[in-house]
Design a protein around this ligand. Structure first.
Ligand SMILES: [Fe+2]
Length: 178
């Protein structure tokens, strides 16, 4: 097996952790993977760290809570009370540190998750770093009307293959730049 020296944690390590299994499925695994891929391509285009960008993309919605009322998703409840960016930043950070992520990267990923949406902010005047903008744009690229992007499905086998493939793409890019 090839020894990985460039990255402490792989996307597939994150995927395999039970915390990710529980919370990423909640907001849509297919969406999480699609956003990770968009984040990768945007990161290359805008010259930001693809490892950090893809991890933030993959984990950006990990803070979602299920706002159900009488067995149905209640969009008004969600709009009023949602703090998924805040919760996601913290949850992703905890998960990454547990997996042995470099703490500098873990903080950058957490901040990119915190600022990936304006929905909880009192105004949208925040100035994002290029990395934070990459994650926000990656999410917007995969958005579908009525929040349908959260309901697309992907089977486990395909999910694993997609993440392994993306891990390899990140590794290759990082090798080239060292
Ligand atoms: Fe999203």
């Amino acid at each position: 097996m090839e020894v990985n020296t460039l990255r402490e944690v792989l996307l597939i390590d994150i995927y395999d952790h039970h915390i990710a299994q529980k919370f990423i499925n909640r907001s849509g695994l297919a969406h999480a993977i699609a956003v990770a891929y968009h984040a990768f391509h945007l990161a290359i285009e805008r010259e930001v760290d693809p490892d950090i960008a893809t991890k933030a993309g993959f984990l950006h919605d990990i803070g979602h809570f299920t706002w159900y009322k009488n067995g149905k998703w209640d969009y008004d409840l969600y709009k009023q009370n949602d703090i998924h960016a805040i919760k996601g930043a913290e949850r992703a950070h905890k998960l990454l540190i547990r997996l042995g992520e470099n703490p500098v990267k873990a903080k950058e990923i957490a901040l990119a998750i915190l600022f990936h949406t304006d929905s909880f902010l009192p105004s949208n005047e925040i100035v994002r770093t290029p990395l934070q903008q990459v994650v926000k744009s990656a999410d917007e690229k995969d958005e579908e009307e009525g929040g349908m992007h959260h309901y697309r499905t992907i089977d486990k086998e395909r999910a694993r293959k997609s993440l392994n493939r993306l891990d390899k793409m990140i590794e290759e890019t990082m090798k080239k730049s060292t």
